[in-house]
Design a protein. Structure first.
Length: 247
């Protein structure tokens, strides 16, 4: 199929940036979206033009780095998939596709389609850990009985890949879904109780420091999340935060 692409080009973080048009011919519907960008970049290199910078690593929905805003939607059309899991059969011959970086104050553009998501790393550093006795007397984690429903919910929360689609989807650029997933995966398990109070306070404080917006419960975050992280995690984060404020 033949396509028109409108791609955000920005040479460096303080460059103004603009949309640039590209034409592509004979794109296979079986290509992944990133493979289509690879082909475009080969063409640009052959024409001695600067290839389009975009982030990727695993290309199988695990690492969360392929964060593209495709036709105004984080990770493009299709439910519960990342940009690297999107295939060109989702588009039609003659389509125009806009491709932009995720837009948020806390995700500044580094180059073209690559944004700096180190704000997420700093939130994780603030509380996304547990203390474990590694002196040689460490208790086997399996020795602690855990309610099956809690284990399942903790696992679901832990599937968050830190892609940032929730922030890009939110009109307030809120990071509540991400933070709630990171807090929930520990809040539901006995291993997470030691730092529970400090975790909720520190991660929320870091989220605010990074310039993310407030949550107004629109639910766009969960609707666009490739891992279908549930809004119930936000309710749990609110409870954890309130509890830690009162004790
Ligand atoms: S909550 Fe979902 S959208 Fe947000 S960072 Fe995690 S996986 Fe990505
Ligand atoms: S490249 Fe890893 S999730 Fe897409």
């Amino acid at each position: 199929m033949d396509l028109k692409l409108k791609i955000w080009r920005q040479s460096k973080s303080n460059d103004k940036g603009k949309m640039v048009d590209y034409s592509m011919k004979d794109v296979s519907p079986d290509m992944s979206f990133l493979e289509m960008l690879d082909v475009l970049n080969n063409q640009l290199v052959e024409q001695s033009e600067e290839p389009v910078s975009f982030d990727h690593d695993c290309r199988e929905g695990i690492c969360g780095s392929c964060s593209l805003q495709i036709n105004g939607q984080p990770h493009g059309p299709g439910e519960a998939i990342t940009s690297c899991q999107l295939h060109m059969r989702s588009f039609k011959d003659g389509d125009t596709i806009t491709i932009e970086p995720f837009r948020a104050k806390a995700f500044p553009v580094i180059k073209d389609l690559i944004v700096d998501r180190s704000s997420f790393d700093r939130i994780q550093h603030a509380g996304g850990y547990i203390s474990v006795n590694t002196s040689g007397n460490t208790q086997d984690a399996n020795a602690l009985p855990i309610n099956k429903a809690d284990a399942d919910h903790a696992f679901d929360a832990a599937t968050c890949i830190g892609c940032g689609a929730c922030v890009a989807a939110c009109k307030n650029a809120s990071a509540m879904l991400f933070v709630s997933a990171k807090v929930s995966q520990y809040a539901l398990l006995p291993q997470g109780q030691v730092e529970a109070k400090k975790r909720a306070q520190d991660m929320v404080a870091q989220m605010d420091d990074e310039g993310f917006g407030a949550c107004t419960n629109t639910g766009a975050c969960s609707a666009e999340c490739p891992k279908e992280i549930s809004l119930t995690n936000i309710a749990r984060l609110n409870r954890e935060y309130l509890k830690s404020s009162l004790t």
